[in-house]
Design a protein around this ligand. Structure first.
Ligand code: S3P
Length: 424
């Protein structure tokens, strides 16, 4: 059923400290690393959303026991063949990382997804994984369902991809652990390098250049992961502070991987006060506290290498840009069209539904900082990042914003709307 949610402007300043749910990217990786290793791992702080639940169910289907934070795996060489297709739901990371690790395994599986995931490009995995001798066959449109696994002739290789995609890099790197010799993956910069940092911490790889990573085959030991908060979720709270001048939001214990911080960098460039303090690390990946204070905003240009580290937050940037003086331009971001929705179209529709001024382009969009959004109805199109950006808009709009299909926020943050209401 399509749930509706109405968000209204509280007309006050926000002063809040909020621990956001566990990082989605790190949760998927922690679960998959634990599933590959033989023995008992312990993962605390896992993301609470539907996407992470899909990865939990997926590794269960391979014979891994998951009981709260305790994970017991027979190791990837002893996985059981799943008796039914593995349903990755809406989760691109579940599907792409699993496709990688399964492609060079003996286990054969079929990966399926919901309507949105079934329309997203999976053919981009084929060439890199086949170069390793992995087996992967998407459907004729290059999409899910995907058949993976049953590999007999895995080999080491070097491969360069032409998009800065952490999902494809990670799929390759996980697949390459099963090769008889080392392999190298390269791509343009800007990607989140969680997998690389964790492989280095496990003694299974090294950087060859700033972007090329060498994976050394070997076994992963069971591990303990304390997953920090998700910066892509915290971003909605930072945006609320940014568009309410004088507001302050503190988000403690967040993943501070440089590939995740593009949006903070952009907010700072727009005039927002940002303080990020590294307090620790998880597998060589920095973790810390972020405080954002709203100040007068000016427009910004986002393009080039900054796009990859800002990508998931670009619909939200369109909302913030409405309240910045000048014209904000996002370019080189055609990858937005391959997300949970075509995010150039859905971001444009969202801003226009609220009487904002946005022009779509083939590789991004332009937003005029009119300083105004009106009330209205926004269709999430089943995309959590659109629903959540629209909710942030509602907290500053002149009238109520009604989000149609609001329930999809549960993909990354089930308690999102309640948190927005309770934090004032
Ligand atoms: C992710 C990588 C990014 C990001 C996605 C999560 C990951 O996708 O947009 O939400 O956890 O590796 P791409 O790798 O396709 O850029």
């Amino acid at each position: 059923m399509m749930a509706r949610r109405v968000v209204t402007n509280p007309d006050s300043r926000l002063l809040a400290s909020i621990q956001v749910p566990g990082d989605k990217s790190l949760s998927h990786r922690a679960l998959i690393f634990a599933a590959i290793s033989e023995g008992d791992s312990l993962i605390t702080g896992l993301g609470s959303g539907e996407d992470v639940r899909r990865t939990i169910e997926a590794i269960r289907a391979l014979g891994v026991l998951v009981d709260g934070p305790e994970i017991r795996s027979p190791g990837s060489s002893n996985w059981t063949e799943p008796s039914a297709p593995i349903d990755c739901g809406n989760s691109g990371t579940t599907m792409r990382l699993l496709a990688g690790v399964l492609s060079t395994s003996e286990v054969q599986a079929t990966l399926v997804g919901d309507k949105s995931l079934s329309a997203r490009p999976m053919n981009r995995l084929v060439a890199p994984l086949e170069a390793l001798g992995g087996r992967i066959t998407p459907s004729s449109g290059g999409t899910a369902p995907i058949s993976v696994g049953g590999a007999t002739d895995v080999q080491g290789t070097s491969f360069a991809i032409d998009i800065a995609s952490a999902q494809i890099r990670s799929a390759f790197e996980l697949a390459a652990l099963a090769a008889p010799i080392s392999s190298v993956i390269d791509s343009p910069p800007g990607f989140r390098d969680h997998t690389e940092r964790w492989l280095i911490a496990a003694g299974l790889g090294e950087w060859s250049t700033a972007t090329a990573f060498r994976v050394d085959p070997g076994t992963l030991a069971p591990a303990r992961y304390d997953v920090p908060g998700d910066p892509s979720s915290a971003a909605y709270l930072w945006a609320v502070a940014a568009i309410h001048r004088g507001s302050e939001v503190l988000t403690p214990n967040i993943s501070l991987n440089p590939g995740r911080l593009g949006f903070l960098q952009v907010l700072e460039e727009m005039g927002t006060e940002v303080e990020a303090l590294v307090t620790g690390s998880i597998g060589g990946d920095p973790v810390g506290d972020v405080k954002v204070t709203g100040r007068t905003l000016r427009a910004v240009d986002v393009g080039g290498d900054l796009v990859a580290s800002t990508l998931d937050e670009l619909p939200l940037l369109a909302v913030v840009a409405t309240f910045a003086e000048g014209i904000t331009t996002v370019s080189n971001a055609e990858e937005l069209r391959a997300k949970e929705s075509d995010r150039i179209a859905s971001t444009t529709a969202m801003i226009q539904a609220l009487d904002g001024a946005i022009e779509p382009a083939t590789d991004g969009f332009q937003v005029v900082g009119t300083g105004f959004l009106g009330g209205g109805e926004v269709d999430s199109l089943g995309d959590h990042r659109i629903a959540m950006a629209a909710a942030v808009a509602g907290l500053r709009a002149d009238g109520p914003v009604e989000i149609v299909g609001a329930e999809c926020a549960a993909v990354s943050w089930p308690a999102f709307y309640d948190t927005l209401e309770e934090m004032w």
